[in-house]
Design a protein around this ligand. Structure first.
Ligand code: SF4
Length: 484
């Protein structure tokens, strides 16, 4: 059998994605100008790029997948680690060659790096014409006009209201089966290592009616899975009183919608629409959410629950708001209410300020207790402007960080294999997302627990649910065959 091992998404490690995770696709609706957009970093950024494409679609731009054909190139950037920003600076040097051939081409930087650096980016990168932060995308047509008039343009205003709820995203590089829906923006947690509160602002939740409408619209367009996105979905909270006095006066009901309520509303769109969500926060996830997940078969049994460290003193320095015991208790609740089959993944930072060897070993022992399906693991990268950069010296030597990271990665690889192995010999319900990356004769999809599964196509089509008998696995892929 051809080597089908996809090995995708097994373990996210240091050495940030150097390739953009998403690129705009070819669109020809006869609009006069062409937009090329590359998205880096988290799913929130991909979802934002789809909102940007929609806003510019109304301003006379079609998207293109060929940067040399573009009138406007946007890089939607990540600032979570130094390496992520270096990746963008390298890409700008590469884009220079397109601008040389097409001097009228416009270059813009969006996202967290734009918000963090603001006008400084124009000084440091002369090729850049436009800088817009995550809350300024409605202003893009105006900023483009300014550049057309020969000026540089910047808008990095952070809003307390903006959720782009009324904008229907243009699905970029979509497989036509799965889609992201952003349910909130910003983050009110102040984890000491994180730039997000500074680059994405205060938390605000989107009107649940617009979220249900978007999920319903996607279902009717043939999508069969949506992922609800937020920096911390568990703190989603929306009320008429705070957000829609008019409807309150009309209905007289102050509807308050928390994340468990929202999850239920979206799950009721249609039983064949699968629901996923990311990212949860250990200090805020509730039994109410877990019980709603247990009640609906179409809510996938998978939770991304970043731990960051297994040691309580380090968690305090990180200002994570929970202890090692609290976290393990949350995992216990998940296992009790959703069973051992439920997939759990995590984020981990190794080598945080003053982390001792014993405290590092506590992260390894916590991993033994939880046994994650997979994890995104990084060595601590000090970010300018964060609480940690102001309060704690980045005092763990690079070689120690690297060695500790390797130990965590090796342990995770063992656990990923064990978690996938438990599915061998079982029949899993899989949603077909598209052809396997490694074989045109094989489909690829994911189980409810978010495990990538590869199997011969048979007479099935993309977007269909199939039952797959799992015959073998790797640490990142289940391999099997369709059974009726
Ligand atoms: S929860 Fe913490 S790590 Fe996550 S985005 Fe918010 S501040 Fe950053």
């Amino acid at each position: 059998m051809k080597n089908l091992i996809e090995d995708i998404g097994v373990i996210g490690v240091e050495g940030e994605a150097t390739e953009p995770m998403k690129v705009s696709q070819e669109q020809n609706t006869g609009k006069s100008r062409k937009l090329y957009i590359e998205s880096y970093g988290c799913q929130m950024n991909f979802s934002d790029s789809e909102i940007v494409a929609a806003i510019l679609g109304k301003a006379g731009f079609d998207t293109t997948s060929d940067p040399s054909q573009a009138d406007l190139i946007f890089l939607n950037t990540c600032s979570i680690r130094e390496k992520a920003e270096q990746t963008v600076r390298h890409r700008l040097h590469h884009i220079q060659s397109y601008k040389k051939k097409k001097p009228e081409m416009m270059i813009g930087i969006l996202g967290c790096m734009a918000e963090r650096l603001k006008t400084k980016l124009l000084e440091e990168e002369k090729i850049v014409d436009l800088v817009a932060g995550p809350d300024a995308y409605r202003d893009l047509p105006n900023l483009i006009d300014q550049v057309d008039d020969g000026d540089k343009a910047v808008n990095t205003f952070l809003s307390r209201e903006e959720t782009y709820a009324d904008i229907t995203p243009v699905r970029l590089g979509s497989n036509g089966v799965t889609a992201f829906i952003s349910i909130m923006r910003g983050c009110d947690n102040m984890c000491s290592f994180c730039v997000v509160p500074f680059t994405r602002g205060r938390e605000r939740s989107r009107d649940p009616h617009s979220i249900v409408a978007e999920a319903t619209d996607l279902f009717h367009k043939g999508f069969r899975e949506v992922t609800l996105l937020g920096q911390n979905v568990d703190s989603y909270k929306w009320s008429e009183e705070e957000n829609n006095k008019a409807r309150l006066e009309k209905n007289g009901i102050n509807q308050v919608v928390n994340f468990a309520n929202l999850l239920e509303l979206v799950a009721q769109v249609h039983p064949d629409l699968r629901i996923r969500f990311s990212t949860s926060h250990p200090k805020d996830i509730t039994d109410e959410v877990l019980k709603v997940m247990a009640r609906y078969e179409n809510i996938c049994k998978y939770i991304h629950l970043p731990v960051q460290s297994g040691n309580t003193r380090i968690l305090e320095l990180m200002n994570r708001g929970y202890s090692r015991e609290w976290y393990l208790n949350k995992v216990e609740r998940i296992r009790t209410i959703l069973g051992n089959e439920c997939g759990i993944s995590s984020d981990m930072i190794t080598g945080f300020c003053s982390e001792t060897e014993e405290e590092h070993l506590e992260t390894l022992s916590l991993m033994d207790l939880v046994q994650y399906d997979y994890a995104y693991m990084f060595a601590y990268s000090e970010r300018p402007g964060t609480l940690a950069s102001k309060k704690f010296p980045d005092d763990i030597p690079a070689e120690v960080k690297t060695r500790r990271l390797e130990e965590i990665i090796n342990k995770q690889r063992e656990h990923s294999y064990l978690r996938h192995l438990q599915d061998v010999g079982t029949v899993q319900r899989v949603l077909i997302e598209g052809p396997s990356r490694r074989s045109e004769e094989h489909w690829q999809g994911r189980t409810s627990a978010n495990r990538v599964t590869v199997f011969p196509k048979g007479n099935k089509n993309k977007g269909e649910y199939v039952n797959v008998m799992i015959e073998r696995c790797t640490s990142g892929t289940l391999i099997g065959k369709i059974v009726e």
